[in-house]
Every structure is written in structure tokens, then in C-alpha cells.
Design a binder for this molecule. Structure first.
Ligand SMILES: *[C@@H]1O[C@H](CO)[C@@H](O)[C@H](O)[C@H]1NC(C)=O
Ligand SMILES: *[C@@H]1O[C@H](CO)[C@@H](O)[C@H](O)[C@H]1NC(C)=O
Length: 394
């Protein structure tokens, strides 16, 4: 009897181990006084410290209910994997000043094997901040915090939580590696200022999967040093689309390479697939190896746009061409409706023309007729139903 139950136990442990079940210790936030309708800033910091010191995996739990939270910065390295499970709604202070001039409201740094799960909501209470945002005109404008910062985080997953009404970008990803968003949601009104969905830079192997993004700015923006990026099964709108760039402002920038964007639907966005670089700028790091395929456009103003003369609000000179070489960019099976006649616009640099651009089955309509393509300093290979290039109007 005794012997057989030990055998059963040993068998169970073997099975549990081989099937990947790892025991993790639960750390409810209430252990540190974090109860609904309270401010959990300190409770979360304390729970993180306990989890981070633990030699075995742990799971910090924030159950359903509303909580207030000020700026939180949690740091690794930690001794074992940590899961942050959130079912509650966590609310930021509406006044930007109450976030102590932090770049981000919730910041994770130098952590490996982090998982954020649950169906919780991080509500940045951005409406007050959007009204104050004068950064388009005032270079010394007050700092508005982003909802999330992930800095130097590796082998980590952000699951089905929601980022809502950020004061600024929703998420910034910097220096990360093997970092996945899966089932994530971003929810901001279309008229909210500068609320980019996910911005990334200097990161390798970032995946954005099964994610819905509604913003007042870029859904996803891909900054310098983004390598091996995958975006798949994403819904984008309202917003300004998926952008590479803008690039070229600084000589310290790194190349953007190996981007795969597939199964994305854009609905009523300003742009769809965009690459933008500044003219008269010193940066030279190339952009290469981009594939966009199986994309649906629903009333998108500029479905496909390469703009190497990107100069919003005329804040730059177009005297000299962009020094950034764009090459090996494939647009394949791109369908739907354009909000303007020119569904495809490839305005490349006269100094370093685009190379290896392919338009394959780009089938877009404007008011029921085929949309056109305008190209300058680009000679794309045209395949299937795609439009031939015409010269842009002077
Ligand atoms: C990437 O991260 C995931 C999630 O933590 C992990 O399971 C996987 O082993 C990592 N892959 C590599 C190649 O390190
Ligand atoms: C672009 O693709 C061609 C053909 O596959 C390859 O020879 C070339 O090295 C690529 N360019 C860059 C900058 O990677």
C-alpha cells in the first residue's frame, strides 16, 4: 500500500515534470494590503520583491475589482520566472503630474521569463493629458507617461490584458529579445493624441500575434534596430497603420531588417503599410528584408506608402535626399479598398533608390475602380493583379 502510493507519487511527479507543469507559488496582492478600491502602488512593489527573490517560479495575482496605481518600476534580474496575473482594472492618476515625470506608468526592466496574463485592464486615464498635449508645437512640452515600458526584457509574453487610454504611446519595447504579445488588446479613441499602440526599437525577435489595436496614432511603429520582427493576425483601426520609422534623424541608428507582417486587417486607418524616412537627415542605416502578405484594407487612405521625404508640419528641409537605402520589400496579396486614388505610393530617395521592391497581387479599389500606383526612384517588380507604376504629379 505504502509502496504503491509512493510509486504513484513518483509517477505523478515524473508526469508533471515531463508535461511541463511547473509549480509556482501564488502571491496574492492582498498579502501586502492590495485590496479593491485601494492604491496598490506599494503592494505591487512588495509583491514583486518577494517574487523576484523566490528561487522557484511565482505568480503575483491581482483579482477582479478596481485599483488605483501610481508609477511603478519593477526590475530584475530575478531568480526564477514570474507571472503577473491581472483580472482587475488598474487606474492611473488622471493628472500627468502625479506620475512624477516618469517616461512610463508601468515599467519592467532587465527581466527574463516574465508572463503577464489575465483579462485585466490598465487604464491610463489619458483624456486629461490629450487636452494638454501641445508637443506638436512646443518642444519643451510636459512629459506624458506611456502606459507600459519594457526595457531589456527577454523570453517573455504579454497575454490577454488590455492597455486603455494611454496618455502617450501605449507600449514601448526597447532592447528586448524573444518578446511576444499574444492576445493583447489596445484601446484608445481615434482622436487621442500620440497614443501609438506598440513602438519598438533595438529589439530582436519581437512577435505581435492575435492582437487588436485601436489608437489615435500608429498602431505599431518599428524603430531603428528592430530585427526579426513578426506581426501576425492583428487588427488595426482606428489609427495611422503599421510604420517602419521614421528613420534617419540620427547617425547612431541601427538597421531595420527581417520584418514579416501577415494577416493584418486595417479598418478606416490613415495608412496601412508605411515606411518613412527623413530627408536632409544624417542617418544611413538601411531598411531591408520586409515582407507584407495577406493584408486586408478597408477604406484606408494610403494603403501602401513608402515616403522617403517624410516631413510633417514642414519642420524639415527637402534640400537633400534621405541617405537610407530601402531594399527587398515584398507586398503580396494585399486586397481591399483605398480611401484615395493612389493606393500605392512609392516615393524613394533620389540618392539611394529603392531596390528589390515587389508588388504581387496588390488588388485595391477606389470608388469601385482599380486604385493606381505612383512611383519615384523605385522600379518595383509587378506581378499578378498589381497596378503598373505611373509618375507622381509634380
Ligand atoms: C522564448 O520565450 C519563451 C517564453 O518565455 C520560452 O518558452 C522560449 O523557450 C524562448 N525561446 C528561446 C529560443 O529562448
Ligand atoms: C536583397 O535580396 C537579394 C536577393 O535575395 C540579396 O542578394 C541581397 O543581399 C539582399 N539585400 C540586402 C541588403 O540584404
Amino acid at each position: 500500500m505504502m509502496k504503491s502510493s509512493i510509486t504513484t507519487l513518483v509517477l505523478f511527479i515524473l508526469l508533471a515534470t515531463s508535461s511541463g507543469i511547473v509549480q509556482s507559488a501564488d502571491i496574492p496582492i492582498s498579502k501586502f494590503g492590495g485590496v479593491p478600491n485601494s492604491d496598490i502602488t506599494q503592494a505591487l512593489a512588495n509583491a514583486w520583491n518577494e517574487a523576484c527573490q523566490s528561487a522557484t517560479a511565482s505568480k503575483i495575482m491581482i483579482p477582479s475589482g478596481q485599483y488605483r496605481m501610481k508609477a511603478v518600476a519593477v526590475k530584475g534580474p530575478c531568480k526564477a520566472p514570474i507571472e503577473l496575473y491581472v483580472d482587475g482594472t488598474i487606474i492611473a492618476p488622471p493628472n500627468p503630474k502625479d506620475l512624477n515625470n516618469e517616461w512610463q506608468w508601468v515599467k519592467f526592466e532587465y527581466v527574463d521569463f516574465l508572463t503577464i496574463s489575465g483579462s485585466g485592464v490598465f487604464d491610463g486615464q489619458g483624456a486629461t493629458a490629450w487636452k494638454l498635449n501641445d508637443c506638436g508645437k512646443n518642444p519643451n512640452c510636459a512629459r506624458l507617461s506611456m502606459n507600459f515600458g519594457f526595457n531589456f526584457v527577454k523570453h517573455s509574453v504579454v497575454g490577454s490584458i488590455t492597455s486603455k487610454d494611454s496618455k502617450n504611446f501605449n507600449v514601448n519595447v526597447l532592447g528586448c529579445q524573444n518578446f511576444t504579445f499574444d492576445g493583447f488588446k489596445i484601446s484608445n479613441p481615434g482622436n487621442s493624441i500620440n497614443t501609438d499602440g506598440i513602438h519598438m526599437g533595438r529589439s530582436t525577435d519581437v512577435k505581435i500575434l492575435n492582437t487588436n489595436i485601436a489608437t489615435g496614432d500608429d498602431c505599431i511603429s518599428i524603430g531603428d534596430g528592430s530585427v526579426q520582427t513578426t506581426i501576425s493576425n492583428v487588427k488595426c483601426g482606428p489609427g495611422h497603420g503599421i510604420s517602419v520609422g521614421s528613420l534617419g534623424k540620427f547617425t547612431t541608428e541601427l538597421p531595420v531588417q527581417d520584418l514579416m507582417v501577415k494577416q493584418v486587417t486595417f479598418t478606416n486607418t490613415d495608412n496601412g503599410l508605411r515606411i518613412k524616412t527623413w530627408p536632409s537627415a544624417p542617418g544611413t542605416s538601411p531598411i531591408t528584408g520586409l515582407t507584407y502578405q495577406d493584408i486586408t484594407m478597408i477604406n484606408v487612405k494610403n494603403p501602401i506608402i513608402i515616403d522617403q521625404e517624410y516631413c510633417p508640419w514642414n519642420q524639415c528641409s527637402k534640400q537633400s535626399p534621405s541617405k537610407i537605402k530601402i531594399s527587398n520589400v515584398t507586398f503580396k496579396n494585399i486586397r481591399g479598398t483605398s480611401g484615395t486614388q493612389e493606393g500605392v505610393s512609392l516615393i524613394c530617395s533620389s540618392g539611394v533608390p529603392c531596390e528589390g521592391v515587389v508588388l504581387s497581387d496588390v488588388d485595391l479599389t477606389f470608388n469601385g475602380s482599380p486604385a493606381t500606383a505612383v512611383c519615384r526612384n523605385a522600379k518595383p517588380m509587378i506581378q499578378g493583379k498589381s497596378p503598373q507604376c505611373t509618375a507622381p504629379k509634380a
